[in-house]
Ligand binder design. Structure first.
Ligand code: G4P
Length: 528
């Protein structure tokens, strides 16, 4: 096997899907710890700062700095190379969070056992479903009282519409937590506080029949476990690799991230079964990761918050071929050739200059506003990857200018900042308003600050009665024109010149859809 295909096959590129506080940061730390990328837990810094971020710029800057360095974390584990792409969560939640999910080959869903399936998780899972992304599930905080395991599996199945195959099963919960049973390995792993940092530092029993196990768990707990397992094995589906890879079934692990418990079992299973880089659709053909020529696409652009470096970093996912420092690539949208000498990689927490990168890896390209979200880079072939959409914003504000003479600068600033992809900008057909849309509330503060700092524009953002947005399309030009006339009050043009319906309420959106059945209302927009 060539180096290229061997390197490709050992890549595991994924992201964590969770609601704030379910334990994503803690689990990330533990994964890095098992991967040897950090020596001690606690290196994914600043989560307190991120959580309590206010609109104070210092906090913003700090937090944004953190998300640059932890955007991609790469570590080796059991002969595989794991790329964990960060999904910005608390205050820095934005459209980027959604779009990261278009750049991974699989996802890991973390659920708090006391809270069950929460709102943010539901939204992120909708995005995963667009590409039938394979999902593994970790049910966390088993050291606390929570819902019963069966109730949790039922909830995942009914709310998220995905079958659950438990791979581990908890023995007790909260103060009574004794361990987990691994259904495939037929092993009991004991929960012992302060241990389980390595396999050598864990107590493991093979099967359920040893007297030592009975002594460790107590006869009653063991009998209860046997009963539960009988029930579960009868009722729940067993793990099926094909169904998992098709996004129809999720293997479920139970554990406690903060206690390292159950994490290694998850990671072992993950590197074995999670998919290596998969083929990707383009406008003209499917690109195979094994192909020798380099291709990749940009899924995120992040401004450099260091005022001395006004550049932006574009994050490119490699889809095929090998990236080598200094090579030339074509940006297919502009057909321009670029030489990439100093691409960045993100090893745990340090930025380093990367020499080579393989499919599944992410490299950071410096740019001064010439690269856009969705851009494809190749060695010359004029293709563009599809499936890197814009997502309909969920929050809207009207820009209010303090100095009316700065209108031009405001328009330019909003347009350029929207190109980075964390916000979107709309101009209504019937008014001179400028409306900004985002999926995370902090983005309005970021934009206001950067307008002032980078464009010299003093603007504020005020509430506007827009509940949601949909891109509208209609194959029949006459019907589209009719629709435009009837709904002009609610229509706008987005940054890419596309027609968008800005609905004042969900009910209004529903009515508009019912009244114009020939018009398609879309919650995502593909990049041109
Ligand atoms: P997030 O990134 O998903 O938002 O969650 P994060 O890891 O920051 O965890 C949220 C809180 O839950 C943290 O507590 C963390 O310590 C706690 N936590 C994570 N895993 C477990 C677990 O297995 N069991 C229990 N009991 N708690 C867990 P915090 O008090 O908010 O922060 P900190 O002071 O611990 O940093």
């Amino acid at each position: 096997m060539s180096t290229h295909s061997a390197e490709t096959r050992r890549r595991r590129t994924f992201a964590i899907v969770s609601h704030p506080d379910a334990g994503k940061t803690t689990l990330t730390e533990k994964l890095l710890l098992f991967g040897g990328a950090i020596q001690m837990a606690g290196s994914v810094k600043g989560r307190k700062a991120a959580r309590h971020a206010t609109s104070d710029w210092m906090a913003l800057e700090k937090e944004r700095g953190i998300s640059v360095t932890s955007s991609v974390m790469q570590f080796p584990y059991e002969g595989k190379i794991v790329n964990l792409l960060d999904t910005p969560g608390h205050a820095d939640f934005s459209e980027d969070t959604y779009r990261v999910l278009t750049a991974v080959d699989s996802a890991l869903m973390v659920i708090d056992c006391a809270k069950g399936v929460e709102e943010r998780t539901i939204k992120l899972m909708e995005v995963c479903r667009l590409r039938d992304t394979p999902i593994m599930t970790f049910i966390n905080k088993l050291d606390r009282e929570g819902k019963s395991p069966i109730e949790l599996l039922d909830e995942v199945e009914s709310v998220l519409g995905i079958a659950c195959a438990p791979l581990t099963w908890p023995i007790g919960m909260g103060k009574r937590l004794k361990g987990v049973y691994h259904l495939l390995l037929d092993e009991v792993h004991l929960f012992e506080q302060g241990r389980n940092f390595t396999r050598q530092d864990s107590t493991i029993f093979k099967g359920l029949d040893s007297p030592e196990l009975e002594a460790a768990l107590g006869a009653e707990a063991l009998a209860e476990l046997r009963e539960e397992l009988e029930l579960v094995q009868g009722a729940a589906p067993s793990f099926d690799l094909g169904d998992y890879l098709a996004g129809k079934l999720t293997p479920v692990f139970f554990g406690s991230a903060v206690n390292n418990f159950g994490v290694q079992l998850l990671l072992d299973f993950f590197v074995e079964h999670a998919p290596a880089p998969r083929p990707r659709a383009t406008t003209s053909r499917e690109v195979q990761p094994e192909e020798e020529k380099l291709t990749g696409f940009v899924f995120k652009i992040q401004a450099n918050m260091d005022p001395a470096h006004r550049d932006r970093v574009a994050f490119m996912r490699v889809c095929s071929g090998t990236y080598a420092a200094g090579m030339k690539m074509i940006q297919t949208r502009t057909n321009k050739e670029v030489r990439i000498a100093n691409a960045l990689t993100f090893m745990a927490s340090d930025r380093e200059i990367v020499e080579t990168a393989y499919p599944g890896d992410v490299i950071g390209l410096h740019n001064h506003g010439t690269i856009s979200i969705g851009d494809t880079f190749t060695e010359g072939e004029p293709v563009s990857f599809t499936g890197i959409p814009n997502f309909a914003p969920e929050l809207f504000r009207r820009a209010r200018l303090r100095d009316p003479l700065k209108m031009k600068a405001l328009q330019k600033g909003l347009a350029q900042l929207s190109e980075e992809g964390a916000t979107q900008f709309f101009r209504p057909l019937m008014s001179n308003d400028l409306i900004l849309g985002a999926v995370g509330v902090l983005q309005f503060d970021v934009v206001a600050y950067r307008l002032k700092d980078e464009y010299g524009v003093d603007a504020a953002f005020e509430p506007v009665t827009v509940a949601t947005a949909r891109w509208v399309h209609c194959d029949d030009a006459k019907k589209l024109e009719e629709f435009r006339e009837k709904n002009a009050m609610n229509l706008a043009i987005d940054g890419a010149g596309e027609l968008v319906y800005l609905a004042p309420s969900r009910v209004n959106l529903q009515l508009a859809q019912e009244r114009s059945p020939a018009v398609r209302f879309s919650a995502t927009r593909e990049h041109a």
